[in-house]
Design a protein around this ligand. Structure first.
Ligand SMILES: [Zn+2]
Length: 308
């Protein structure tokens, strides 16, 4: 971070020199550019943390979307457009999660775009409205091993001298992800299989459910995105499903509007758990400051919510 701020200061200084009244050539600039480390920008905070684990001390990964903000509905600012245009490496999740980026990328040129989910096979969107399928791969840590590999390849391409460092970092982090998978499996074993039932705000836990033996009963917003609202019929169907299956709770991601969930809870008697960190990390002093913490925290909430 400090290194990054320092390079911003240098850039500001350089622009002051350029803006000075006496026009003069700036022979220092090309040299400064070749020695500056590549600027790496990840779209989501959890993706920045994953990428930082691969980058280690060699590069600083910045985050585009502020903490707690929904990537599905994100409205980029002019400052965001400048950040995207100025970075050398842009890391995005892909599979349709970041539709807002398309116009920004059409203006950008020269940077490497790493699609973290490239090579993974998406679950189909249950409603068929999102042809790219379900983008929430990262909620199963086994998929994140593929993210790590894609990020390793991309960083090694822009910084070949760091390739061995990135390979070692990626291998060490993949071990952490495998340990996380084992930890989740152990935690979930505390929930009887017939109570492993998930109702969520939108269809975000499909990969998680597939991996750990849960059934997705339904979602308040029956979509793999948050860009829709349920019809009265869809709400009624979800209430019927919850009553029929005995699903014990509705799990909402941090920041989601709880009103509809509370309405459903009033009719079905289920609990509403409102603070899963599915699309963003928490602040550093919160319960989910890293990707691994984020999954551990969610699993603790899900296990507690399904058991009681
Ligand atoms: Zn989502």
């Amino acid at each position: 971070m400090r290194k990054y701020l320092f390079s911003i200061l240098l850039m500001l200084l350089a622009s002051c020199v350029v803006a000075s009244p006496t026009p003069s050539p700036t022979p220092m600039q090309p040299q400064a550019q070749t020695s500056a480390p590549p600027r790496v920008l990840a779209v989501e905070s959890f993706l920045a943390d994953i990428a930082q684990n691969v980058a280690g001390d060699r590069l600083t990964v910045e985050t585009l979307i502020p903490l707690g903000v929904d990537p599905h509905a994100y409205q980029p600012t002019p400052r965001d457009a400048a950040k995207v245009a100025d970075c050398n490496v842009l890391i995005l999740n892909g599979a349709g999660l970041e539709a807002f980026l398309d116009p920004l990328l059409s203006n950008a040129s020269g940077q490497l775009v790493i699609t973290a989910s490239a090579g993974l096979t998406p679950r189909p969107d249950p409603q068929g409205e999102h042809p790219e399928g379900d983008p929430h791969f990262w909620l199963d840590p086994n998929n994140v091993i593929q993210y790590v590999e894609n990020i390793r390849v991309g960083l090694s391409q822009v910084d070949p001298d760091g390739a061995a460092v990135y390979a070692a970092n990626a291998a060490a982090y993949a071990e952490q992800l495998k340990a996380l998978d084992q930890w989740i499996t152990q935690q979930v074993a505390n929930v009887q299989p017939e109570r492993r039932l998930l109702v969520t705000n939108h269809e975000s836990l499909g990969y998680f459910a597939d991996r750990y033996g849960f059934t997705v009963v339904g979602a308040v917003i029956p979509s793999v995105s948050t860009d829709a609202s349920p019809t009265a019929q869809q709400m009624a169907d979800l209430i019927t499903q919850i009553k029929a299956t005995g699903a014990p709770a509705i799990f909402l991601e941090m920041g989601a509007n709880p009103q509809l969930a509370q309405q459903i809870a009033a009719e079905t008697g289920v609990k509403v758990v409102t603070d899963l960190y599915t699309h963003s990390l928490s602040a550093p002093d919160g319960p989910a400051p890293t990707y691994v913490d984020m999954l551990k925290y969610n699993v603790s909430q899900i296990v507690a919510g399904c058991r009681s």
